[in-house]
Design a binder for this molecule. Structure first.
Ligand code: SF4
Length: 359
C-alpha cells in the first residue's frame, strides 16, 4: 500500500482542494479520501479530480454506517432537513483515523473554516467534533490553523505553521485568492451536493426511517430514483425515463417485485416489501393500475377497448399476469409525498431541526 504523510477529507469542494494543496505545497504527500453514501459523494468524478488537481484520491463508502447513524437519531441533531452535520463529521473523522495506519499517515486534514457554517464550524462545534472523533492529536485544519492553537503537527514541525492560513467566517474571498495563486480554476460551487440538505430529496427518506427495519443504504439508493409512492409501509418506486428504469433494474434485490406493462412501453415499477406491508394480489393490482396509468399507450389501449391491460409482476423468477385498468387514484392510497406531509414524522423522529448549518 502506498504510504502518505497525510489523509485529507476530500469532498471535491474548493475548501477541501485548498486544504490538501496547502500541505502538498510544503512538500508532503497527501491522499484524499472521498466519502460516499446514498446522500453525498461523486465516485464517478474521482478520476477526473485526481487528474485535475494532481492528487491521489480513494473513495470510502460509509453508506450503511451513515444510515445507521441517522436511524439511531444523531446525538447532535439535524438541520432543517435531515442533515446531521456535526455527527457526520465525527463519523468521517473516525473513519479517517482508522485508515491512518493503513497508509502510514501522521495527520488528518480537513477543509473546515472556523465560523463558515453555523452548525458544524462554530468554534465550540469544531472542538466537540475533534474531541468526540478522537482526532485531536492528529487533526490539522490548514485553512483556519492560524485562528486556532497550534496543532501537534505544527508543534512537532511536521508542517510549517507560517505557511498555513487564517480564514474565518462566511466570506469566500480568501479562498478564491488562494485558488488563483495555486492555479486552481475548476471547482464546484460551495455547499452543493448533500441530498440531506435538500427538501425534495429528504422527503424521499422520511418514510423509510418510519417503516424499514432496519433501513439500509441500498434502500436509500432506491429512494433516490424516479417517482416514489407510499401508502403507510407500502412502497412503490417508478421510473420516469429509461435511465431510471435501468437504475431500478440494477437496484432490484431478492424479494423485490418488479412491475412492467406487457405489450406497451411503460415505466418500470419496483416494490420493496417492508415490514407491515401486505402485498396481496389486490394490492399488487392497485400498484399495477397506477403504473399503467403512466403509460400513454396503455391508457389509450384501455380507452379504445383494445383488450385488457396486462401488467407483469415478477418476483424471484416467477411472473404473474395482472389484468388492470390504468388508474391514477390508488385504492391503497399510494401517493407521492411532499415535505409538508413528512414534517410531523420528521419532527417526531429527529426533533425540530434547529441545527441549521446554513445550507
Ligand atoms: S451537509 Fe452535513 S450531513 Fe451533508 S455531507 Fe456535509 S456535513 Fe455531512
Amino acid at each position: 500500500m502506498k504510504q502518505y504523510d497525510a489523509l485529507a477529507m476530500f469532498s471535491g469542494g474548493l475548501d477541501s482542494i485548498l486544504a490538501a494543496k496547502t500541505i502538498i505545497e510544503q512538500g508532503l504527500s497527501v491522499l484524499g479520501l472521498h466519502f460516499v453514501s446514498p446522500f453525498f459523494g461523486h465516485p464517478d468524478k474521482v478520476a477526473h479530480w485526481s487528474e485535475t488537481y494532481g492528487l491521489d484520491i480513494e473513495t470510502v463508502d460509509v453508506g450503511d454506517e451513515f444510515v445507521a447513524l441517522l436511524a439511531s437519531r444523531p446525538p447532535h441533531g439535524v438541520g432543517k432537513c435531515l442533515n446531521p452535520c456535526v455527527d457526520c463529521k465525527i463519523l468521517m473523522l473516525r473513519r479517517c483515523k482508522e485508515l491512518m495506519p493503513v497508509y502510514g499517515a501522521k495527520m488528518i486534514l480537513t477543509g473546515e473554516v472556523k465560523g463558515q457554517r453555523p452548525m458544524s464550524q462554530r468554534r465550540d462545534a469544531l472542538d466537540v467534533i475533534s474531541r468526540q472523533a478522537g482526532v485531536r492529536d492528529v487533526l490539522l485544519r490548514p485553512l483556519s490553523a492560524l485562528n486556532m492553537k497550534p496543532s501537534p503537527a505544527e508543534i512537532d514541525g511536521l508542517v510549517d505553521r507560517e505557511k498555513l492560513h487564517n480564514f474565518n467566517g462566511r466570506t469566500r474571498k480568501p479562498q478564491f485568492a488562494l485558488a488563483k495563486r495555486l492555479g486552481i480554476t475548476e471547482y464546484p460551487q460551495p455547499a452543493g451536493g448533500c441530498k440531506l440538505t435538500i427538501l425534495d430529496s429528504a422527503k424521499r427518506y422520511v418514510p423509510l426511517f418510519e417503516h424499514a427495519d432496519p433501513p439500509r443504504a441500498a434502500d436509500f439508493h432506491l429512494a433516490n430514483v424516479g417517482r416514489q409512492f407510499w401508502a403507510g409501509p407500502h412502497w412503490l418506486a417508478m421510473g420516469r425515463n429509461q435511465e431510471d428504469n435501468a437504475a431500478l433494474a440494477e437496484l432490484a434485490q431478492a424479494g423485490d417485485i418488479l412491475l412492467d406493462v406487457k405489450d406497451h412501453p411503460s415505466p418500470f415499477g419496483l416494490i420493496r416489501p417492508l415490514p407491515g406491508a401486505d402485498w396481496s394480489r389486490a394490492a399488487l393490482e392497485d400498484a399495477a393500475a397506477l403504473l399503467a396509468s403512466y403509460s400513454p399507450k396503455a391508457v389509450a389501449a384501455a380507452g379504445s377497448r383494445n383488450g385488457p391491460i396486462i401488467v407483469l409482476a415478477t418476483r424471484g423468477g416467477e411472473t404473474t399476469e395482472l389484468e388492470v385498468t390504468p388508474e391514477r387514484a390508488s385504492r391503497l392510497g399510494l401517493a407521492e409525498l411532499d415535505w409538508e406531509s413528512c414534517l410531523p414524522a420528521k419532527r417526531a423522529m429527529f426533533g425540530e431541526g434547529d441545527q441549521d448549518d446554513g445550507y
